[in-house]
Design a binder for this molecule. Structure first.
Ligand code: AN0
Ligand code: CP
Length: 317
């Protein structure tokens, strides 16, 4: 595998999950793979889990790691070609990317949707420029439309906890005060659609996701109905995708918060969220603290998903 930006790059998911569980059981077995290889992680946006888990995964593989926070200490980067650079941005991405590529063997990029142009976001303009101009294998650490390392960790967590062959998975929108990208829900949907599990997406009207991600999932606008019999409840906020509200918060209805009454409608479901989470907006304290909450195991599996991805990239160098 050279680049990792979506579920299809990983090939067969059963094989990938099997490899993940092997890596998890013996995470230092591949230390030779990364010897004298350097990972560069580039962050255009904040992170706790992605930064730490990906660095840990790289260290497990014997790699050296460099981290650049573009907004803290680097030159401000112009991203548009053709701009007369007389403003506050001293450097262009078209020089910065190949320069970064000179100093490393693998590049991880975090670059969220900016909500300035739906086309730019959904064409993955920033991530694709790294793929085109860095000369290095590139993997997404959450780009504009997807967060595949998160979805892979979520799938590993589901495989570890499922009690039936074909669990019912419900992804529910939940309220949040600020506009958040669709990357996490898009990506989760893309991955779960590959599993063939029963998959329901529930959200208020106006929060429809792009059809290429919804795929064959059942969309149910009644959250209570959606949650009936669920084995896994995956909560997430996202801003509107549909025009004319792209990138906007159109509703912060707290009746959508996941609480114990909602969880009582389920089949004693596990609760999942990628974190960071705003308590008592997205989910109540009691639900996230309950024994059914998988938020910490999900975060722990971020080390494993990153390690499988880095291992496969290193194997292809
Ligand atoms: C980001 C998002 O919703 O995409 C990152 C989640 C992993 N969340 C926030 O910005 C709070
Ligand atoms: N879940 C996740 O990607 O968290 P961070 O934004 O903290 O990296």
């Amino acid at each position: 595998m050279r680049h990792f930006t979506n579920v299809h790059d990983l090939g067969d998911l059963k094989t990938a999950v099997k490899e993940a569980l092997e890596v998890k059981a013996n995470r230092f077995a591949y230390k030779h793979l990364g010897q004298d290889k350097t990972l560069m992680m580039i962050f255009f946006n904040s992170s706790l889990r992605t930064r730490l888990s990906t660095q840990k995964a790289a260290m497990n593989l014997g790699m050296n790691v460099m981290v650049l926070d573009v907004n803290q200490g680097a030159w401000k980067l112009e991203t548009e070609r053709g701009v007369v650079m007389d403003g506050d941005k001293p450097e262009h991405l078209l020089e910065a990317i190949p320069v970064m590529g000179c100093y490393c063997d693998v590049i991880g990029v975090r670059s969220f949707a900016r909500f300035e142009s739906k086309t730019d976001d959904y064409e993955e303009k920033i991530l694709n420029q790294f793929i085109q101009y860095s000369g290095r294998p590139v993997f997404s650490m959450e780009a504009a439309t997807r967060h595949p390392l998160q979805s892979f960790a979520d799938l590993i967590t589901i495989e570890e906890h499922k009690k039936t062959e074909r669990p019912k998975i419900v992804m529910t929108w939940a309220p949040h005060p600020k506009a958040l990208p669709q990357a996490v829900p898009n990506s989760f949907a893309e991955w779960i659609n590959q599993t063939g599990y029963e998959f329901v997406i529930t959200h208020p009207e106006g929060y429809e996701l792009a059809s290429q991600f919804v795929g064959n999932a059942h969309v149910e606008y009644d959250q209570r109905k959606a949650l009936e019999g669920a084995d896994f409840v995956y909560a997430k906020n996202w801003a509107a995708y549909a025009d004319p509200n792209y990138g906007k918060v159109i509703n912060t209805d707290r009746s959508w918060t996941v609480d114990s009454k909602k969880m009582a409608l389920t089949n004693n479901a596990f609760f999942m969220h990628c974190l960071p989470v705003r308590r008592n907006m997205i989910v109540t304290d009691d639900v996230i603290e309950s024994p059914q909450s998988l938020v910490i195991p999900e975060a722990a599996n971020r080390e494993i998903s990153a390690q499988v991805v880095l291992k496969r990239i290193l194997e292809s160098l």
